[in-house]
Design a protein around this ligand. Structure first.
Ligand SMILES: Cc1cc2nc3c(=O)[nH]c(=O)nc-3n(C[C@H](O)[C@H](O)[C@H](O)COP(=O)(O)OP(=O)(O)OC[C@H]3O[C@@H](n4cnc5c(N)ncnc54)[C@H](O)[C@@H]3O)c2cc1C
Length: 393
């Protein structure tokens, strides 16, 4: 029997696992944690919307079949010439491998950025950001240091803008809890590019900008960070902004294990793959999600999104089943459904299936995408469990 190993239980790896489970094909999935966390909702967790731990679901709940083996371990090396994966819990061999270990932060060589900024990448980092911000408010009365009430978010892509939206909606709660004057709080978003949310059209970008600035955010485009120190960000203009909270959301590159394991990679460290999602170097290795670069018909790589990673996961699993059954491989054709960005707890903006939406309708559409994803993982049971938790607050 063919031995299938999946590395990573994020959007790509988990959807591959669900596909194999349904197909009755045995596999092992190796992940750092025993749970799948909802990365696309981490801004909600960091921004005080619901309890952080509610943004995860145990893998054993989604993959209960006896043919599914969940292994909690940290992958340290892949030896594709020997069909081996090395982890902190031992070595695993495979006939087919799905590499879905996601991304690593891209700091663009900005000095001090890695050392002095928070990142929003996991339940732990979401918790860290949330606790840190709350601590600044809690201790503000001791010295009235204004930098405690200043939060800088670097990057105005989906992650940065959604985080800013959550923070501006959380501030009134924090202000009343710790008796802090609301007009002394500053949420500053710094973006080097001339626009925010580059994946949306100009009109929707303006809508997002207007909504967030009305809610109190200070969004600065064409504003390049050149250096970061402890509690200070230096800009290309020469201006320095002091803040006790600096969060970086400005970019990602592939998991470094891609390049370290000898796979051919592009300038962002993403594995080069063919139309069937196989590594161009090893045909029994499928690389998917943020760790791979898939070039579209326009010659440009698809952006790193959960939407693409999930679809790649299903296709990689399907193609492994095809190989096992001696059937021809099926090419990956992404089905782009659009982009939705939340702008806080009750508003949003986006473009879905060619339809532009903003305000409450966009926020409702975003809620619908959450339900759809939960359903794909665990049917109605998963939908009612998580919706119950998330709607309490
Ligand atoms: C706040 C935020 C909001 C976002 N919003 C959206 C959105 O609205 N829509 C959208 O499409 N995309 C969104 N994204 C992007 C999306 O989350 C990523 O593109 C997606 O998670 C990539 O999926 P993946 O399977 O490649 O990797 P991931 O989902 O990151 O999964 C990688 C998995 O591998 C595990 N792992 C990593 N290294 C190791 C190791 N060495 N050993 C063992 N396990 C390891 C990780 O713990 C993780 O479980 C957002 C991202 C963020 C941070």
């Amino acid at each position: 029997m063919a031995k299938i190993v999946i590395l990573g239980a994020g959007y790509g790896g988990l959807l591959a696992a669900v596909y194999l489970q349904k197909a009755g094909e045995p596999f092992a999935i190796i992940n750092k944690h025993t749970y799948h966390h909802f990365t696309t909702l981490l801004h909600e967790a960091a921004g005080g919307r619901n309890d952080v731990d509610e943004y995860a679901v145990q893998l054993s709940e989604i993959l209960p079949a006896p043919t599914s083996e969940v292994i909690k371990a940290e992958v340290s090396e892949i030896r594709p010439t020997e069909n081996q994966v090395l982890t902190n819990q031992g070595t695993h061999t495979y006939d087919y491998l799905i590499f879905a270990l996601g991304n690593a932060p891209e700091f663009f060589g900005i000095p001090g950025l890695a050392e002095h900024s928070f990142l929003l990448r996991s339940l732990n980092t979401a918790k860290e950001i949330r606790q840190h911000i709350e601590q600044q408010f809690a201790s503000y009365k001791e010295d009235e240091d204004p930098t405690k009430l200043r939060v800088i978010v670097g990057g105005a892509g989906l992650t940065g803008i959604e985080l800013v939206g959550e923070l501006v909606d959380w501030i009134p709660e924090l202000c009343s809890k710790y008796a802090v004057p609301k007009d002394e709080v500053e949420i500053i978003n710094l973006e080097a590019a001339p626009v925010i949310l580059p994946m949306l059209n100009e009109k929707l970008q303006h809508v997002a900008y207007d909504v967030l600035t009305k809610k109190g955010a200070d969004i600065r485009t064409n504003t390049k960070i050149v250096r970061v120190g402890k509690d200070v960000v230096e800009l290309a203009s020469g201006e320095s902004i002091e803040a006790k909270t600096i969060i970086w959301t400005g970019g990602v590159r592939a998991n470094p294990l891609v390049a370290q394991s000898g796979f051919q990679a592009d300038n962002r460290g993403r594995a080069k793959i063919n139309q069937f999602l196989q590594s161009v170097d090893f045909e029994n290795v499928f690389v998917i999600g943020d760790s791979a670069v898939f070039i579209g018909e326009n010659g440009k790589p698809y952006p790193p999104t959960a939407q693409i990673a999930s679809q790649m996961g299903e296709k990689a699993a399907e193609n492994i089943c095809n190989l096992i059954q001696g059937k021809p491989l099926s090419p990956f054709t992404p089905n782009l459904k659009g982009t939705l960005a939340s702008l806080g707890r009750d508003l949003g903006v986006g473009d879905v299936a060619g339809m532009k939406a903003s305000g409450i309708p966009a926020a409702l559409l975003k809620e619908f995408t959450k339900v759809k994803y939960l359903y794909s993982l665990g049917g109605l049971k998963m939908v009612s469990q998580k919706r119950g938790q998330w709607s309490r607050h």
